[in-house]
Structures are given as C-alpha cells and as structure tokens.
Design a protein around this ligand. Structure first.
Ligand SMILES: Cc1cc2nc3c(=O)[nH]c(=O)nc-3n(C[C@H](O)[C@H](O)[C@H](O)COP(=O)(O)OP(=O)(O)OC[C@H]3O[C@@H](n4cnc5c(N)ncnc54)[C@H](O)[C@@H]3O)c2cc1C
Length: 387
C-alpha cells in the first residue's frame, strides 16, 4: 500500500492547517482538549460546527450534492488528523454522522430538502432516541408506542441515555407501530421536529463526574406527522441498522487516539520515573506505550478501509462495528492489559460502574484533572485517548 501523500493532498493539508490556525479559537481548543465523553462540550461543538459550515466543511463524509465536501478518503483522513492534532472539538454530529445518511438513502425528496441543508448548516440539531429502559442491546424489544391518529402518530413511552436531548431541537426515534409478529417487524423510524412538542419532557442524567450529557426522554401523547416517518411503516428496523453502520463508521477516530498518544508521550517525557530518569525512558512504560500505538495503527487500517468504501459510494457494512474498539468500551481492555498507569486500575472510580457504562466511567476525567497531580493528569490523558 502506498501511503505517501500526493502533491495535491499535501496542498490540501496546508489549506486545512491554515484554516485551523485562522479559525480555531483558544476556547474551542480548550473545549476540545477537555473532551471527556464521545463529544466535546456540546455547546462548543455546535459553535465549531457553524464555523466549519461557513467554510463548507461541516459534512466531510457527505457527497457534494447534499452539501457535503465530496472529499476523498485521504482528504477526510487528513482533515480529521489535522483537527485532532490541534484539539479541535468533536462536533455534536448525530445529524451529520447518523440521521443525515439515512435521510439521503431512505428519505423522500421533500424530507431531503427539508432536513439535509439544515443539518449541514448546523441550524437543526438531532438527538438519537433508540435505547429504552430494558431495551438496550435487545433493541428490537422497544416498547415506545406510536399509534396513527389522522395525519399524525401519537407517541407514548420513554427513551433513555439520550445524549444531548437537552440541547437538541429534533430527535430521530424508533417507535413501535405494530405488536404482531416478530418484534423487528413492528418498528418505524420517525423524526420529531421539536423537543418542545407538547407532552415531551427531558430529564437529565448526571454522571458521577457531575457532567450532564445524557437524559431520559418521556413521551406523553406526543404528536409527530406521519409524513415525518423515514421509510415504510414497520420497516424501521432496516433503517435503524443502516444508521448504526454510520454511527461508528462515518468518521475518523484514530487521529484523535494518535493525538492523545502524543500527549502521553510528551507528559511521560517530563515526568520523573520511580527510579532516576524520565517515565518515557522506563522500558516497561515505553513498551506499553508502543503496544497501544500498534493497536491504534491496526484500527487506523480498518478505519481507512471504511473511509475508502464510503468515498466510493459504498456503505461501511459490518466492518464499521470494529470501530467500537475506538470507544471507551473498546479501548478499556487495552488500558487494563497495558495498565500504563499503575493508579489507573486502583484509583479509577470504577466501583459500582459496569463495563456497559464506559463513557460514564471516562467522563470522570475532569475530576482527575482537577486533582492536578501529574500521574492523574496522565490518567486523564489515557482516558481521553480512548473516547
Ligand atoms: C454515554 C452514553 C451515551 C449514550 N447515548 C445514547 C443515545 O444518544 N441514544 C440512544 O438511543 N442510546 C444511547 N446510549 C445507550 C447505549 O447505546 C446502550 O447503552 C446500549 O444500547 C446498551 O444498552 P444497555 O446499557 O441497556 O445494556 P444492556 O442491553 O442491558 O446490556 C448489558 C450487558 O449485557 C450484555 N448483553 C446484553 N444482551 C446479551 C446477550 N443476549 N448475550 C450476551 N450478552 C448480552 C451486553 O453486551 C452488556 O455488556 C448511550 C449510552 C452511553 C453509555
């Protein structure tokens, strides 16, 4: 495989660097650096989205006809890498990354015209209403019910772990429209145009670190037009699965992991080891750092394959699920195995937290930072390396 950059790609990289120099303000960088969960501080992410939209760069994976950049896989990757290197905040991109591609594939021309430009510009912000209490991994068991009434569906039920429901103005949502037959065959995919719809309420779920990122959403006779359904009635399972391919596969995660590994290397270069010398010079530490870097390199290859598929108009398919290794849940075993930081397993506030709630574990980062000692600083860097 030839990994050398062409002169055009080099020029593109220079253009991106200049744009970031000119447009990424210190406070946005700070927000990017402090990312504790999957996304940066949502408000900062939304501001950065607008800046990118102003340059036509808010939808790197979208085709040009829908307002995307039309970039090649290499350009997308370079863009992600340059953004990560300077701590650009990760935008709150459930519109760009998830529902946008779904509307492109399954939406009517009217739906495409209504939603896609507003998603690109950042004028509307979506949240994802899939999970319910009791319906997480077993998503097909979901119970939130939508019943036809005239031109509307009337929705009752609840969604949980809804990231950003408190800042979003729209929701894409799986609802049960039939109860007979296989559970998968009675689900529809609908859009809700206002999080302030009568009967809809959002209750915050505050993490152990005090962060408010996820919520529970309640529906009490919430109406949404039948015209807001994406795809046929009771075909929502197919639409939902298509979306999940993009959840991990439409973006480049490894540039951020590389940037965090560089942070670890830089801090370990300054940090004293137990004996004499610097932490980075310690054989065990250096070896574990190299192992982490090799894992990221392997993920990078998968990611490039996904990006390359996308740029050739193919959807990412099952391989994108490998990108869950780039999430806190996925990278946690690596952290454990390498125990790069001895305190990680002992002082990490994992007591009472199950491995199914990784982001909540990792979102303890700000507290670790607040403690200020260099080793916990390093822990926090490890944590963000794995978001
Ligand atoms: C920070 C965060 C943000 C999130 N944001 C959103 C969001 O915006 N929108 C949204 O819809 N959801 C969101 N989620 C929900 C997330 O997608 C769910 O956590 C996920 O669907 C898993 O559901 P659960 O947590 O209920 O785990 P469960 O389904 O209860 O699973 C618990 C454990 O049991 C295992 N397990 C389950 N079933 C089986 C089986 N049959 N065989 C073997 N093992 C099994 C699972 O692998 C897991 O380890 C978010 C979650 C987190 C942590």
């Amino acid at each position: 495989m030839d990994l050398a950059l062409s002169p055009q790609d080099e020029a593109f990289r220079g253009e991106v660097r200049r744009f970031l120099d000119d447009n990424l303000s210190d406070d946005l960088r700070e927000a990017g650096r402090k990312t504790g969960g999957v996304f940066a501080d949502i408000a900062a992410g939304l501001r950065w989205h607008k800046v990118l939209a102003g340059r036509g760069w808010s939808a790197p994976t979208w085709p040009r006809e829908y307002g995307g950049t039309g970039w090649s896989a290499t350009q997308r990757y370079l863009f992600s890498r340059e953004c990560a290197a300077v701590d650009a905040p990760r935008i709150f991109s459930m519109g760009i990354r998830m529902v946008g591609p779904v509307i492109m594939k399954y939406g009517t021309p009217e739906q495409q015209a209504k939603y896609l430009p507003a998603i690109v510009s950042g004028d509307i912000v979506f949240c994802q209403g899939y999970s319910e209490p009791g319906s997480g991994s077993d998503l097909a068991s979901l119970k939130t019910r939508a019943v036809r009434d005239g031109d509307d569906y009337v929705i009752n039920g609840t969604k949980i772990w809804t990231t950003g429901a408190h800042v979003a103005d729209h929701m894409f949502c799986l609802v049960r429209t039939a109860t007979e037959g296989k559970p998968q065959d009675g689900i529809s995919f609908v859009l809700i145009d206002s999080m302030k719809s009568p009967g809809l309420s959002v209750a915050p779920i505050v993490t152990l670190a005090g962060d408010h990122e996820v919520n529970q959403v309640f529906f009490d006779n919430v109406r949404t037009p039948i015209a807001n359904r994406i795809g046929p009635e009771n075909a929502g399972w197919t639409v939902a699965k298509y979306l999940l391919e993009f959840e991990r596969g439409g973006d480049a995660y490894t540039p951020n992991l590389y940037a965090r590994i560089e942070d670890i290397r830089r801090i370990a270069l300054e940090e004293a080891a137990d004996g004499s010398g610097r932490l980075l010079a310690e054989r065990g530490f250096a070896q574990r750092l190299a192992e982490a870097e090799m894992e990221v390199q392997a993920l990078e290859m998968i990611e490039m394959q996904v990006l390359s598929d996308l740029s050739r108009g193919r959807n990412p398919g099952a391989v994108s699920s490998a990108m869950t290794r780039c999430t806190p849940a996925g990278m946690r075993p690596l952290l454990r195995r390498s125990s790069m930081i001895p305190e990680l397993t002992t002082t990490w506030p994992s007591g009472g937290i199950t491995s199914t709630q990784p982001s909540r574990v990792f979102s303890c980062k700000p507290r670790a930072v607040a403690r200020g000692n260099a080793v916990t600083r390093l822990m926090s860097v490890c944590a963000s390396a794995h978001t």
